[in-house]
Write a protein that binds this ligand. Structure first.
Ligand code: G3I
Length: 364
């Protein structure tokens, strides 16, 4: 039966010729489907309606990052994330957390990059106190969050090393990450704790994947409480050797990577799904068909692993995607990277996700 959604205040009924929702298709297989939502998009009632119609979980896109939450060392500015949390609650949608520690100096607030922790052993103690206090307070503020990206993107894709920050200069690199996970476990003993990164299946990601595996191995050796690997899944690539395409997927190497991660006992999450069409031809039908085909192949592979527990899109409507600004197309055309077009109509990419959820094996 067709689902028809009224959009309050707009005096129109969006014509949705599909049912059930992606959230329901996911739920039927023991999975969760949802999306990121940022403040800009959140102010658009039609966008909110798509979230209500499709999502079982929402992730604040930027609103839980240090640079938004922490204007200074003492203040926690929860207002923006609280609005998203209240919306999720009002519509009975779960909330997921991104991220307690984006361990990259580029995404630290300026005051944190300049923070003086002192010298010697005191520096490690002070750094630990600041990090643990942040995690304690943020996690305690959102007790409803059952899945947290604790650490985000700390592997340098160039050589697989762990990035340096003021925290790691004071505490050590592995130690900093361990402190974050232990603090998260203590604050949310039942939550799924995730290491999240963007190593992908395309050629060019080899060093990144190797670095992530080494990191995951280290967590296991040291008994660091990490439950899952967040595979961001920004498909498509800037691969200069593959013009006019969506990159060169290395299926065998990718399976080996996923096998190693799951072999260490990690669950998997698809945390930031979208398909970058910057290198595809202008023709919309061609682009939509290509992005849908690659998405289906990728999601089939990933959902075949019973360890994959959640599928999150990084935004639901093309015009609001971060990719429009990050990798604009050379021909100036708008990108078509998410599940819905700019008129809030579902695209072939949405059907690819639905089809992958339908054919996914059920998990316990
Ligand atoms: O809100 C301000 C606006 O007031 C200002 O006019 C404008 C000028 O640049 O900037 C706006 O802030 C931007 C913000 O997104 C909100 O749109 C920031 O510049 C921009 O850097 C920020 O980008 C976000 C990026 O993370 C960095 O935090 C993207 O929205 C967000 O989609 C992206 O998400 C990341 C994940 O967290 C981690 N994985 C990769 C993913 C994509 O880069």
């Amino acid at each position: 039966m067709a689902a028809v959604s009224a959009v309050p205040g707009l005096g129109l009924a969006a014509d949705r010729s599909f049912s059930p929702s992606l959230a329901a298709l996911a739920r039927a297989k023991g999975l969760r489907f949802g999306s990121a939502v940022g403040m800009g998009t959140f102010n658009d009632p039609r966008y909110r309606q798509v979230l209500i119609d499709e999502c079982g979980v929402l992730v604040p896109e930027n609103e839980l990052k240090w640079y938004v939450l922490r204007p200074d060392a003492k203040t926690f500015a929860f207002g923006r994330a609280d609005r998203i949390a209240a919306f999720a609650k009002a519509h009975d949608i779960a909330l997921r957390g991104h991220t307690l520690l984006w361990h990259h100096p580029k995404w630290f607030p300026a005051w944190l990059n300049a923070y003086d922790f002192g010298q010697g052993p005191a520096a490690a103690k002070n750094a630990q106190a600041l990090l643990v206090d942040h995690i304690d307070k943020v996690v305690a503020h959102y007790p409803q969050i059952a899945s947290w990206d604790v650490v985000n993107e700390t592997i340098d894709p160039k050589d697989g090393s762990i990035r340096r920050t003021v925290f790691s200069d004071a505490m050590g690199q592995e130690q900093t990450l361990d402190v974050a996970f232990h603090a998260a476990r203590a604050a949310a003993p039942k939550a799924r704790l995730v290491y999240n990164d963007y190593m992908g299946w395309e050629a060019g990601n080899e060093a990144h994947r190797a670095g992530v595996l080494k990191l995951l191995e280290g967590f296991r050796k040291r008994g660091t409480p990490v439950d899952a690997l967040g595979v961001q899944s920004h498909l498509g690539t800037e691969d200069p050797a593959a013009p006019g395409s969506l990159g060169r997927p290395q299926e065998k190497a990718w399976r080996a990577f996923i096998d190693e991660a799951t072999g260490m006992g990690y669950d998997l999450l698809i945390t930031e799904f979208d398909v970058n069409d910057q290198n595809l031809p202008a023709d919309i039908a061609v682009r939509d068909a290509d992005t849908a085909a690659v998405a289906k192949a990728y999601l089939d592979l990933m959902l075949d692993y019973r360890q994959t527990k959640e599928v999150l899109a990084w935004g639901m409507v093309d015009k609001y995607s971060w990719l429009q600004g990050f990798t604009p197309r050379k021909d100036g055309l708008a990108m078509r990277v998410t599940l819905y077009d700019d008129a809030y109509r579902p695209k072939p990419l949405r059907e690819a996700v639905a089809a992958a959820l339908r054919s996914a094996p059920a998990r316990a």
